[in-house]
Design a protein. Structure first.
Length: 249
């Protein structure tokens, strides 16, 4: 099924019958992703008068509670409220959900004992393309990314120079398959978060960072239409379901 969308005065034809979901869910039937030194997420039935409210237990409905942290357990989208004293809501600041995105694959390079993504790598990947969003897939790209335990592993991250480059290039929405755009332990500097949101200048309230995505190897690098769907939580971050659509022309 095809649809024609007018986007910034450009008519784009997309294949809406083949959505490419790049989110990672909370799935209690298997090992979940986890980061930032917290316990596992839980999904459990509410109890009333000592009885668990679940159909298999004789209730007429399933009525589950869910305990999780969006930064630790699931694909999530965050706004500048993640790092500011005032907790700005991503639900209030993200007002549009369809964007032109470029999917790029990057092999983080070794620097001073870390693996990092540099400005040069992103410049090479994006060239002179004008995009609202960038989707970064890192190598190696094994399916075990969907159940990684990242705490105390010093995963790859974005250099500050790379975040500044994306900001200056006009990228509003940064999606990446890592737990953070910053180094796991950096003494609270969060240089790439701060650079991307421009906290030392005019803060980019409508810019977002989405972490913990997973882009299968079967999806080729290139231009896509991105639907950045978020759950309506009034919080600095919320679970999200980014979906890519192939552009036909």
């Amino acid at each position: 099924m095809k649809a024609i969308i007018e986007y910034n005065s450009r008519k784009i034809e997309v294949d809406i019958s083949n959505p490419l979901d790049i989110s990672i869910p909370i799935d209690m039937s298997k090992k979940n992703i986890n980061a930032w030194y917290v316990e596992e997420p839980t999904i459990f039935p509410e109890e009333f008068e000592g009885e668990k409210i679940k159909v298999s237990n004789g209730a007429v409905v399933n009525f589950n509670n869910i305990h999780f942290n969006p930064h630790s357990h699931i694909t999530h989208t965050e706004c500048v409220g993640h790092i500011t004293e005032k907790v700005h809501s991503v639900n209030k600041n993200l007002k549009y959900y369809i964007f032109l995105a470029e999917l790029v694959t990057v092999a983080p390079e070794s620097r001073n004992g870390d693996f990092v993504i540099s400005e040069k790598q992103l410049k090479t990947a994006l060239k002179n393309k004008k995009r609202d969003a960038i989707v970064i897939r890192t190598l190696p790209n094994l399916s075990d990314k969907k159940e990684m335990r990242y705490s105390n592993t010093n995963p790859p991250y974005l250099l500050e120079e790379a975040a500044i480059y994306l900001r200056e290039k006009g990228i509003k929405h940064l999606l990446i398959d890592l737990p953070s755009v910053d180094k796991e332990k950096d003494d609270g500097k969060l240089v790439s978060h701060n650079a991307f949101w421009n906290t030392s200048g005019e803060i980019r309230m409508d810019a977002t960072i989405t972490e913990f995505i997973y882009v299968p190897n079967s999806i080729e690098d290139g231009e896509y239409l991105l639907n950045l769907m978020i759950a309506p939580f009034e919080n600095d971050a919320t679970p999200s379901k980014p979906v890519l659509y192939e552009i036909i022309k």
